[in-house]
Design a protein around this ligand. Structure first.
Ligand SMILES: [Mn+2]
Length: 385
């Protein structure tokens, strides 16, 4: 039997995009840099004969040369595992690439040309061909695998590359019919950060996804794929979660909460403490909130530094102003005249059945009241009703 660990998109050196207190920036940066070590440990525990890295291993613009040196010595600790790397759009093989800065150990192959090349060998009686290519630029519009066919169908055929499963893309478009006509058993892909496995025309096509979440788009589980194979045509790919932290996005309805303490308690009721302190959170605050509460979102984030590893608070609530006294025609204050004018416009739009205008007027009214009463406007993605 043959075991393969497939990963991609580690992005070592990538600047962080989460809200993090100073010392946690270091912790998180190290967690991303050491992902490769955890993956190599996993390959060792599984006795995997092959480790595939489908590009964006590191950031050409930010990675430290010593990290790549360390990666090279790391691979020398698994001499029985063949390591294949296919550079992607974040670590292309430019003349000053860190891929060229080290002597990779004998078990490592870097696919260093923009056309597919092949490495043939045998593992436990299984003969296989690994094809791969490496990016040499930051942008690649040409569908480089168009017309590709494996040379020997009686072997296990693997294709390793960083590319985009889309018809039109500046990130090496990989068309479904190029896959179906290739005759390859397994496409080990990188680029899309969401893990997924599909069958396309008899080929198993897998995006390993980023093993650690890198931004708020990376919600949900992250890890690597473990592929087991008993011969050509008999292959199964299993997702193995491995990320140290998960990105979690939740909504919290503030409607009916009157005081700051109530809002604090609501935020602290999100999941249990262990998960709050481990994970990376985005909490969208929705609903209608008593304007007297005077929420200071930046202050709250610092206050909860011990409660959440990382916390982003997205204001999507509206302040629930009491419009009663403002629509009284006797009231001629600036606020009252502003509200009365907008109410008049809103009535006209309602009569015309213009629901879009009604929504815009509602939003304008709350923004205007924010400005007049709070001295600042809380921008929101949508207006909850
Ligand atoms: Mn990537």
């Amino acid at each position: 039997m043959l075991k393969i660990v497939h990963t991609a998109d580690i992005h070592a050196g990538k600047p962080l995009s989460f809200e993090l207190e100073e010392e946690r920036r270091y912790i998180r940066r190290r967690e991303i840099e050491t992902t490769l070590w955890r993956i190599v440990d996993f390959a060792r525990e599984e006795n995997a004969q092959i480790l595939l890295i489908a590009g964006d291993l590191f950031e050409h613009l930010y990675a430290r040369p010593s990290w790549v040196k360390d990666a090279a010595s790391l691979f020398s600790t698994i001499p029985e595992t063949r390591v294949f790397m296919a550079p992607g759009n974040h670590d292309p093989l430019l003349p000053d690439s860190l891929y060229y800065s080290v002597d990779w150990p004998e078990n490592v192959t870097v696919f260093d040309s923009a056309g597919l090349s092949r490495v043939s060998f045998e593992v436990n009686g299984i003969e296989l061909d690994v094809y791969g290519l490496g990016w040499t630029t930051f942008v690649q519009r040409t569908p480089l695998i168009q017309g590709f066919k494996v040379e020997r169908r009686d072997r296990l055929n693997i294709v390793l590359l960083h590319g985009d499963l889309a018809e039109e893309s500046v990130y090496l478009p990989v068309h479904q019919d190029h896959i179906s006509s290739s005759g390859a058993d397994y496409f080990a892909l990188g680029h899309i950060h969401v893990p997924m496995a599909r069958n396309i025309g008899g080929s198993t096509v897998v995006y390993a996804g980023c093993p650690e979440p890198l931004d708020f788009g990376d919600e949900g589980q992250r890890g690597v794929y473990l592929v087991t194979c008993t011969g050509p045509g008999d292959l199964s790919a299993e997702f193995v979660p491995m990320a140290m932290r998960t990105v979690r996005a939740v909504e919290l309805d503030l409607t009916g909460l009157d005081t700051g303490e109530q809002v604090r308690n609501a935020i602290l009721s999100v999941d249990n403490r262990e998960i709050r302190q481990r994970d990376i959170w985005k909490i969208s605050l929705t609903g209608r909130l008593n304007p007297e509460t005077g929420l200071d979102l930046i202050g709250l984030r610092h206050e909860f530094a011990g409660e959440f590893f990382s916390l982003r608070l997205e204001p999507e609530f509206v302040l629930d102003y009491d419009l009663g006294p403002l629509v009284d025609p006797e009231n001629q204050s600036l606020e009252a005249r502003f509200v009365q004018k907008l109410m008049e416009l809103k009535r006209q739009s309602e009569q015309k059945g213009d629901t879009e205008a009604v929504e815009i007027i509602d939003r304008a009214m709350y923004y205007g009241l924010d400005a007049l009463r709070q001295g600042e406007i809380i921008t929101r993605r949508r207006l909850d009703s």
